[in-house]
Design a protein around this ligand. Sequence first.
Ligand code: GTP
Ligand code: MG
Length: 427
Amino acid sequence: GPHNKAIPASMVDPRSARQPPDNSPLQIFVKAKKKINDIFGEIEDYVKDAVEYMHEIEKLQEIVNQERVKKTEDFVSKVHGIRDVLSRDHMKVAFFGRTSNGKSSVINAMLRDKILPSGIGHTTNCFLQVEGSPSDEPYLVLEGSTEHCAVESVGQLAHALCKEKLNESQMVRVYWPRNRCLLLRDDVVFVDSPGVDVTPNLDEWIDKHCLDADVFVLVANAESTLMVTEKNFFHKVSTRLSKPNIFILNNRWDASATEPEFLDQVRRQHQERAVDFLVKELKVCTPKEAEERIFFISAKEVLQARLAEQGQTVSTPLTEGFQTRYFEFQDFERKFEECISKSAVKTKFEQHSQRGKFIANELREVLDDIYNDAQKLKDEKLRQKKEVHDKINYTEEQLIIITQEMKQKIHQMVEDVEQRVSKALNE
Ligand code: GTP
Ligand code: MG
């Protein structure tokens, strides 16, 4: 039965805001982002230098044609564009499941705060995206608007969402101060959705909200079995995306504590069905990988424990098995962080690095062309110089020959004249 227990030191969370976050798998993404951004910074400098250099020699020589200058100038804006996209790159996780399974509660537990409205009267009726913001004050932005609506509390957020006539496919963005949560600081973006059982627009949902998600979390209800509507949704997702990363959370596992005699049996059954779903039906992973994707948790308990740990609420009595479930939630978070950061690095940065390589190659070609043209021009000038030189030599030789001939002729003439003169004198 329920009994009070303090949280033992061994359970202090590695991602609690007071702890250094360096060992988090999310750092794979954070560091890769920094590195690739630095590289593009260098490429940008390099391209700018090239443009400057071209403008300089353009004035002096005819070797740099306008086309090449234009091409290089275009690289500047291209690199700038990539850096811009890069700065907005994030890791996106989207939560789906039947209504009331605890999607909003799971997100709140991970964010360690009651950010999203949940529970009775707080049914999520549109898409809600929570992302980190540099500002100290939380605010939200409705789809199709740029207006920042201030939100102080969950109550206000719920109220703001109620009073708007929102379509269930619409997206409301919640900007939450980065410094209040490490996951948000490390560029994880959370997407909460209405229950998959309440919409006829699954295709629209997928087109609008799922195609750029790095990880999907199916929040299932451990008190029942996986439903056709839930399975259906993920079948649709996996026809659009090749091998989506899917986690299955059997939430409300605390309810199992009331029937301990069936615990193992129920768990085994859920586990088997979930593995079959991922491996045999969706074919998105191997049986071994599936073991790392299925968890039995209680979002409600984790959130309560974390709020108590931060002194936001008083501790509530813990249900039997709480520690095991809490550990399993932490285990889920770790596997999730590993999965999302690796996946996001691959899908997002691979493209950027291909483009970076392409631009560097193109630029090298342009510079090579200029160098070759310059070399040709130099050779041409040398050749011209040599021609002139040869001509001068020829002329000199001719002059020498002519001079010698003249000398001989004059000599002969002089001799001739002398002979004639002496002949005349003799006569
Ligand atoms: P919709 O937005 O309506 O689709 O629901 P949701 O999936 O977001 O569920 P929500 O987080 O609003 O939770 C529904 C109710 O279940 C709330 O009253 C929660 O407190 C409760 N709940 C969530 N997780 C757990 C859990 O692990 N155990 C128990 N016992 N209750 C839970
Ligand atoms: Mg909800």
